[in-house]
Design a protein around this ligand. Structure first.
Ligand code: 3HC
Length: 695
């Protein structure tokens, strides 16, 4: 018998039931999949002639979990717990044959089977807390019964995924096999019933467990989902299975509808939607990549490619620079090894696949060469001209620039259709965001290739129009200016940083300035001084710190003093702030956290609306992705545009008017923002369009 019309197929081979979940792209548990799977399980339960059942996923995944796209819709029966229960209750032995992603609800299904066979490179885990929820179909109760409560609390609380091999070592997987389906068919006959739900609670009163729980809860204190999930794992050691599963379900349903979970789902889909409408590019042609310039950025970019399994050739100007680049590269890699992010063996492979050379001929086999030399148009043009002399006609050429005009650089590339800007963020092998900036002559094929290449690096590409600051730095610049107005008006840097960090930012703006170096923004301000609107309020405090040689962390002092263990406002910054306030006759006034956050968010949303109107950003969600993945905006708040919709655009406009007054009346509320506020439509109603901005 073969039933193939639905998202779940049932094949009866002799006395074996083979159940295939077949719902592209990743076999997520949509309404249809749950319905079809439950129907198939009911069919199997109703037959008396079967000896065992094997469950597997079509194509490369087992099951990637609940369908995130459907989570905001009203729930349809059967629920996942009902499906899991039907599987758990089958009288015949059941095996999960696991390849690829076996995540969230997918792992909950696999754990409702009596045994699991996986490939060594399968990925298994319960990453629900990254979506602001807890596992909702028994995951917090079955996982501890298989791997022990300590490991389960750590895995679920930290959303840690295991490879098949690690899962076997931990007890989650019974057998590794490169062909799990074939292995399951072979071993199924000898298998008895071993329901995970029937396994005893592993009571754990040990001090080590209590310490692990306390440490995990402290580490994840900002995540209600994570702390709740850890408590549920603790419950698995004390409370009967059925009762604990009911608790888990109640927590799941409450959290699923929380603002945080909604924002996290939005962020998940926004990140995957940045290339919407673009054709897929065949990555097979990209075996080798060149990077010209082996500074911090160049070696970081080379390492990003190395981590993705692409061989790289880094070009430097002389032997001493090559040696320095090699050291830099090896040091960055060693840090990853130290943190356990890369194995020793893998790091040796990456080192072996990375060549650092003064010989430009070595670029010949490269399918892409990224120029990462000093941020100066003349220097970059020279590097680009050198690149095109040494590569094949079909190779792509990219510039890693954070603000230069792509059209001005494109002239140095003989065939500018193959030229594109790739704005990596430092450290390039860590930061997820890459802004993709086409010049006017860049072909669509080149843009599509760039999007695919960045995805291959497990990074998030966002298309930006070619305008100064692109998307991120343009918003960040407005944010910086307005935070400096607040500072001069009375909120000290630690007040502002504290308020924004409490909101969820990884770091407040002044801590970020110190980290990236105050001299960088200072140089930019000097460069733009001649064109600055003379009516614009200009806060001189940062300039004065730079004049005194305080560039932030790299000099040990900037806004903060880094000589102690704790962040402390620097004495010089405090004195300069007071002097500047006095010099301008500003009477210091207090600001609440809410005022500081409202100001920061409205400024970002306003600049974002301007970028949309100018065609620099293609969509509202692209802007949110830029701010989350490149600038530490809290993911749990969905990004500044998403947050503005939640606040209500009329309030955002009012706040922006106050911000403009604080800035001396210069600037305007973005007309698009005002229009939407007037009509009551959200930013989310704006359609995606192709960025078209030119300078
Ligand atoms: N639901 C809906 N769509 C999903 C999905 C999911 N759970 N997981 C992935 N997708 C979609 C993506 O949106 C993307 O769609 P697109 O091609 O139309 O843009 C496509 O699948 C491919 O995804 P990626 O671009 O992320 O591909 P990768 O190969 O890089 O990664 C993955 C694949 C590892 C499965 C990754 O997508 C992932 O981590 N997915 C989320 C897994 C997860 O969090 N599962 C838990 C869900 S919550 C749950 O199960 C609750 C339960 O306990 C009740």
């Amino acid at each position: 018998m073969d039933e193939t019309s639905r998202s779940v197929h049932l094949e009866i081979r002799g006395t074996v039931a083979i159940v295939t979940i077949d719902s592209p792209p990743v076999n997520a548990l949509s309404n249809a999949v749950r319905r079809d799977l439950k129907a198939v399980l009911d069919t199997v339960a109703g037959r008396g002639d079967l000896t065992f059942l094997v469950l597997h996923g079509a194509r490369t995944s087992f099951v990637a979990g609940a369908d995130i796209r459907e989570m905001d819709l009203p729930a349809e029966a059967p629920s996942l717990p009902e499906v899991v229960q039907a599987l758990d209750r089958l009288a015949i032995p059941t095996l999960a044959a696991i390849t690829g992603a076996c995540l969230g609800g997918g792992l909950e299904i696999a754990m409702a089977c009596d045994a699991r066979i996986a490939t060594a490179d399968a990925r298994l885990g319960l990453p629900e807390t990254t979506l602001g929820i807890v596992p909702g179909a028994g995951g917090t109760q079955r996982l501890p019964r298989l791997v022990g409560p300590r490991m389960a609390a750590e895995m679920i609380g930290s959303a840690r995924l295991l490879t098949g091999a690690e899962a076997r070592d931990g007890g989650l997987v019974d057998l590794l096999d490169p062909s799990p389906l074939a292995a399951a068919l072979t071993y199924g006959l000898g298998l008895g019933k071993r329901r995970v739900s029937d396994l005893p609670c592993m009571a754990d009163d040990s001090e080590a467990f209590a310490e692990t729980v306390a440490a995990l809860k402290a580490r994840h204190r900002r995540s209600v989902a994570a702390t709740t999930a850890i408590d549920l794992v603790v419950a698995s050691t004390k409370v009967p299975f059925e009762e604990a599963v009911a608790r888990e379900r109640a927590a799941f349903l409450t959290l699923k509808d929380s603002d945080t979970a909604r924002a996290l789902r939005y962020a998940f889909l926004a990140e995957r939607g940045t290339g919407a409408g673009m054709a897929k590019w065949d990555m097979a042609s990209l075996r080798q990549v060149g990077v010209v310039g082996g500074g911090t950025m160049g070696t970081g970019i080379a390492l990003a490619f190395g981590l993705a399994g692409v061989s790289t050739t880094v070009i430097e100007r002389d032997d001493a620079s090559c040696a320095a680049a090699r050291t830099r590269f090896a040091d960055q890699l060693a840090i990853l090894v130290g943190k356990g992010r890369v194995t020793q063996v893998r790091s040796l492979e990456i080192l072996g696949a990375t060549e650092v050379s003064t010989d430009w001929q070595a670029l010949r086999p490269c399918g892409l060469v990224v120029e990462a030399v000093y941020e100066d148009a003349a220097v970059k043009k020279e590097a680009l001209a050198g690149i095109v002399r040494h590569i094949t006609d079909d190779a792509l050429v990219a510039t890693n620039t954070s603000y230069l005009d792509l059209d001005a650089l494109a002239g140095a590339v003989g065939t500018p259709s193959r030229f594109v800007g790739l704005h990596f963020f430092a450290p390039a092998h860590v930061m997820k965001l890459v802004e993709i900036v086409p010049a006017a002559a860049t072909s669509r094929g080149t843009i599509e290739a760039a999007m695919a290449i960045v995805r291959r690096l497990s990074k998030t590409p966002v298309l930006s129009g070619n305008r100064e600051g692109f998307i991120g730095n343009r918003i960040f610049d407005a944010y910086r200016r307005h935070m400096e107005y607040l500072l001069e008006d009375g909120a000290d840097p630690d007040r502002i940083d504290g308020a924004l960090e409490a909101y969820g930012f990884a770091m407040g703006p002044f801590a970020v300035f110190d980290l990236s170096g105050l001299d960088i923004a200072w140089a930019m301000r000097k460069r733009k001084a001649a064109t600055r609107d003379p009516r614009e309020r200009y806060v001189r405090i940062a300039d004065r710190l730079c004049e005194a040689g305080d560039f932030g962390r790299k000099t040990g002092q900037g806004w903060y003093d880094y000589s102690g263990t704790e962040r402390r406002l620097s004495a010089r910054a405090a004195a300069v702030i007071d002097e500047e306030r006095a010099a301008r006759g500003i009477e210091r006034r207090p600001f609440t956290d809410e005022e500081i956050v409202a100001r920061a968010l409205s400024v970002m949303a306003n600049e974002g609306a301007a970028l949309l109107a100018e065609g620099v950003a293609a969509s509202v969600s692209d802007i949110d992705v830029v701010m989350i993945s490149g600038y530490g905006f809290p993911r749990a708040k969905g990004g500044p545009m998403y947050a503005a919709d939640r606040t209500g655009l009329s309030r955002v406009v009012d706040e922006m008017e106050a911000a403009i007054r604080a800035g001396g009346g210069v600037g305007e509320v973005a007309p698009l923002l005002r229009k939407l506020a007037d009509t009551g439509e959200p930013l989310a109603s704006l359609p995606r369009r192709a960025p078209s901005a030119d300078r």
